[in-house]
Design a protein around this ligand. Structure first.
Ligand code: IDP
Ligand code: MG
Length: 139
């Protein structure tokens, strides 16, 4: 059975462009409840650790540099079928291929700078949530 929580980050390009409010509105209107949220900035070391699973991919260096380039908003979200429904709301990795009306179609600018992150499994949602929120069990 699928879980009720997912983890997201509004990425530096979207925060910088002033799209955080519009994106959070989409998230809430889609039925997600914000369980924990913070504006933060990842050091290159922390970004590298977060995306360690992509270490062997050719874009890893670029991804780490980009994700540490400015403030992000990290959040834990709650809804039935959270992980799958949230991936639907954000759309495909490449904004050019994302369904119209999805967050990435509306606010992403390239395959790298695609506005938002969404965990891809219940296990990763829990791992990524605890990476950013030490006190996650209290929420
Ligand atoms: P996802 O975020 O849709 O799950 P992943 O394949 O897990 O996509 O890639 C993680 C992140 O790495 C993407 O969201 C994007 O920011 C970046 N990325 C993925 N593919 C490329 C690429 O080909 N060039 C540059 N950056 C990429
Ligand atoms: Mg992924």
């Amino acid at each position: 059975m699928s879980g009720t929580r997912t983890f997201t980050m509004i990425k530096p390009d979207a925060v910088k462009a002033g799209n955080s409010g519009a994106i959070l509105k989409m998230i809430e209107e889609a039925g997600f409840r914000i369980v924990a949220m913070k504006l933060t900035k990842l050091s290159p070391e922390k970004a590298g650790e977060f995306y360690a699973v992509h270490k062997e991919r050719p874009f890893y260096g670029e991804l780490v540099e980009y994700m540490s380039s400015g403030p992000i908003i990290a959040a834990i979200l709650e809804k039935d079928n959270a992980v799958e429904d949230f991936r639907k709301l954000i759309g495909a990795t490449n904004p050019a291929e994302a369904e119209p009306g999805t967050v990435r179609a509306l606010y992403g600018t390239s395959i790298g700078e695609n506005a938002i992150h969404g965990a891809d499994s219940d296990e990763n949602a829990a791992r990524e949530g605890s990476f950013h929120f030490a006190q996650v069990e209290m929420f």
